[in-house]
Design a protein around this ligand. Structure first.
Ligand code: ADP
Ligand code: ZN
Length: 738
């Protein structure tokens, strides 16, 4: 990585003088650019400015340090255009950007881009207007009421005044249709108030049990300084109530709080609880926000009006002026690792932000990551433990079903034992969840005549049949096609066989077994957008389904009082392959799924179908032997100096020509650092050798804990200049080995 322009922050806060300043642009560039400052304009580091670059104008951020030097003589410097009216980015967030870029061997501009994700919010605030129905208005003569126009009118009638772009989006029409209705006088523009309701502390939530109280008091006492605390407790032990108490104390002290959660779309229940406790909804930050919502939220955060933000990992880069508490809920969840663009682990970077902001960070989980446990053991994080479910609700009983003995019928995926249990649960008018982490109908489609397998044309992957949709889909690149009439290889007709189960196929089987059961499928395919998820979850709570068949989206922290049976259809699914964290992740995921059963008075039962009942993960799940499992897993990783007891980084080389990729990967191997305590393995073709048309090869850097792996990589990679569109990416502490 080029390290141009990295310099000390000695002059932080000092006005940038000399008529020339450095700015960082939110682009895939590491170095800063110099601009001439127009006469009479005073600028500070952190100010947002508009600058010309090439033929375009960009919003950029004035960066710390002196201007970058004499490469460009002053008279030839371009002049920056203007200062933008947004609040400047504070020094802490700038430090975080520097830190994240360094640690992850990423480009500083690319990291800045995550903190400037809403360029609109930097521009002057326009008084917001929205459209409302005009009362008693009659359409002018010759006005045609088309279906598109009717949809817009419905949308306008259905909610508060909204911008034309938003109405158009909702009605699925072009903004011109909205304008035509305004021109016809049927709708008119009205001012819209942007209000962010302030949370009220109120009565302080439920009365905490003594154990909960101890934990909550501890967190509250930590406000005002940096610390990292692991809040560990079984599902239902009240972890959320405990950290919400700390959130309340933080906002009472005039600070803001950020709660990072995985799968924001699925936290409807969490939001309900928050609103009940605080009398107002928190600000939300996730990828499903409309552009207007993003802009308003970004501004509300930067102006301190949003007191509590709940968001996906990207919320970590929001411009909080007075952050007082950072919570990472389900801290073990792999979705905190961002795999595209800048590759980073949001949980770890949250700890960095906590340190820079000098505030407490709370990591919350029932099945913490091994990394976090190791940090507790080394005394860097402190541990708070909630041992029991609240109000004595019993943990579900977990039983293994040995699939070698308890065999399902042909073309069926449920063992006799699980079928019986399902029958009993449905009979008792209770709910059941069948967990299978596979979307679609079948993971593989094969020609019975010639054995041809339907493969993605762009990836090293089979196409997954989605029967309801009538399509074969690639789960890696999004490619989709209809199932062909005949085999593309041997031209046989009607020769395709679906191999293996997905959730749709399981739904078919259960419908045949229990024709009266109301079956719902819960996957990211069936829950598009946050509202769909909230509706589905309410429907389960309202007992509109007897049986839910779901992927991991069903495993998240929902609380379903009537759910008493969980059946894991294929417990071994996550254990295949050589992934470093396969065992840990399977344990975490299946524990979480099991935690869905019996969260109220009714005791829950959990059945896990497995071909490996003697596997350490299965034994730990069945015996509640969590501590022993973690110890064994840690011992194994320690012996092999694997994370968290050693360092790993993946170097991923990609390109359209495999020869080019191999040449670059080999050149990297040849120039690899020869340091003691560091080894470079590979190159080898990635398991996903082709992804979206790009060939992929990997090298793995393995180093002792004491080695500064980032520094080694930074001095190594520039020795090879990739040619012909080949790209080299660094993944520090990789989670994906595909
Ligand atoms: P966790 O986050 O550990 O899964 P929660 O905080 O969600 O646990 O608590 C589980 C359930 O128990 C929730 O419905 C919660 O409202 C309830 N609960 C927890 N602690 C208390 C308490 N002290 N008083 C009343 N209800 C509580
Ligand atoms: Zn594909």
């Amino acid at each position: 990585m080029p390290e141009t322009g990295a310099r000390s922050a000695a002059e932080k806060g000092a006005p940038c003088g000399g008529g020339r300043i450095s700015v960082l642009l939110p682009l895939a560039i590491d170095h800063v650019f110099d601009y001439r400052v127009p006469d009479g304009l005073a600028l500070q580091p952190g100010d947002f400015v508009a600058v010309p670059l090439g033929k375009r104008e960009y919003a950029a951020c004035v960066w710390d340090g002196a201007a970058s030097g004499a490469e460009i003589a002053a008279p030839r410097l371009k002049e920056l255009r203007r200062k933008l009216p947004a609040r400047p980015m504070n020094a802490k967030l700038r430090r975080l950007i520097e830190w994240v870029a360094r640690y992850n061997c990423a480009l500083r501009g690319a990291v800045l881009k995550m903190a400037m994700s809403v360029p609109d919010a930097l521009e002057p605030e326009r008084p917001a207007t929205g459209y409302a129905l005009a009362e008693n208005a009659a359409p002018p003569p010759k006005f045609k009421m088309t279906p598109a126009r009717r949809r817009v009118l419905h949308a306008v009638a259905e909610g508060p005044p909204r911008a034309a772009s938003e109405l158009a989006r909702e009605a699925g029409v072009s903004p011109g249709v909205v304008k035509s209705l305004a021109d016809a006088g049927l709708i008119h523009a009205v001012p819209v108030m942007q209000v962010v309701a302030a949370p009220q502390i109120g009565d302080g939530g439920p009365k905490l049990s003594p154990e909960q109280r101890t934990c909550a008091d501890d967190l509250v006492a930590k406000l005002g300084g940096f610390s990292v605390t692991l809040l560990d407790g079984v599902p239902g032990s009240g972890k959320t109530e405990v950290y919400l108490t700390a959130v309340a104390a933080a906002i009472q002290g005039g600070k803001q709080a950020l709660v990072l959660v995985p799968e924001i779309a699925l936290t409807a229940q969490w939001l309900g609880r928050f609103e009940q406790r605080f009398g107002a909804a928190p600000a939300l930050w996730h990828s499903d926000l409309t552009p207007a919502q993003r802009r308003d939220t970004w501004r509300a955060v930067s102006e301190g009006r949003a007191r509590v933000v709940v968001g996906a990992r990207s919320a970590l880069f929001l411009p909080f002026p007075e952050l007082g508490l950072l919570v990472v809920d389900e801290e073990h969840d792999a979705s905190f690792k961002q795999e595209e663009g800048v590759i980073y682990q949001a949980r770890d970077m949250a700890v960095v932000r906590g340190q820079i902001e000098n505030i407490p960070v709370v990591l919350v989980s029932a099945t913490p990551s091994l990394e976090t446990f190791a940090n507790v053991e080394q005394g860097r994080y402190t541990l708070l433990h909630l041992p029991d479910r609240f109000a004595g609700a019993a943990m579900p009983e977990v039983r293994l079903i040995d699939m070698r003995a308890d065999k399902p019928a042909r073309q069926s995926w449920l063992s006799p034992t699980l079928r019986r249990a399902l029958g009993e649960t449905l009979e008792a008018k209770e709910q059941a969840l069948l967990f299978l982490n596979r979307r679609g109908f079948a993971p593989l489609t094969l020609c019975r005549n010639c054995g041809h397998r339907m493969q993605c044309p762009n990836c090293t992957a089979w196409l997954v049949e989605h029967r309801r949709e009538g399509r074969l889909r690639c789960h890696h690149c999004g490619f989709a096609q209809r199932e062909p009439e005949s085999c593309p290889s041997c031209a046989a007709v009607d020769s395709f066989a679906a191999c293996g189960p997905g959730v749709e196929r399981l739904a078919e089987e259960t419908k045949a077994l229990f024709p009266n059961a109301r079956v719902g499928i819960m996957t990211s395919d069936t829950l598009r957008g946050p509202n769909a998820a909230a509706e589905f979850i309410s429907a389960i709570e309202a007992r509109e389904f007897d049986l839910v068949i779901g992927t991991q989206v069903a495993a998240k922290g929902h609380h379903f009082p009537y759910l008493t049976l969980v059946g894991v259809v294929d417990g071994d699914l996550g254990l295949a392959g050589g992934d470093l964290r396969a065992a840990e992740r399977t344990f975490q995921l299946l524990s979480q799924v099991a935690g869905r059963a019996g969260r109220a008075e009714r005791r829950g039962r959990v059945f896990i179908q497995t071909f490996m009942p003697d596997h350490k993960v299965m034994k730990a799940l069945a015996s509640g032997g969590r501590e022993r499992f973690y110890e064994a897993e840690a011992a194994e990783r320690r012996a092999h100096k694997m994370p968290p007891f050693g360092r790993l980084a993946a170097i991923i080389v990609t390109g359209g020509s495999e020869d080019g990729v191999i040449a670059c990967a080999k050149a990297l191997a040849k120039t690899a650092p020869a340091e003691a305590g560091l080894a470079v393995l590979g190159p080898a073709p990635a398991p996903l050798r082709r992804l979206a048309g790009q060939y992929r090869w990997r090298l793995l850097v393995k180093a002792d804990k004491e080695v500064n792996i980032q520094a080694e990589i930074r001095s190594w990679l520039p020795r090879v200049k990739p040619k012909g569109g080949v790209k080299v990416r660094v993944d520090i502490d990789p989670y994906s080995f595909l």
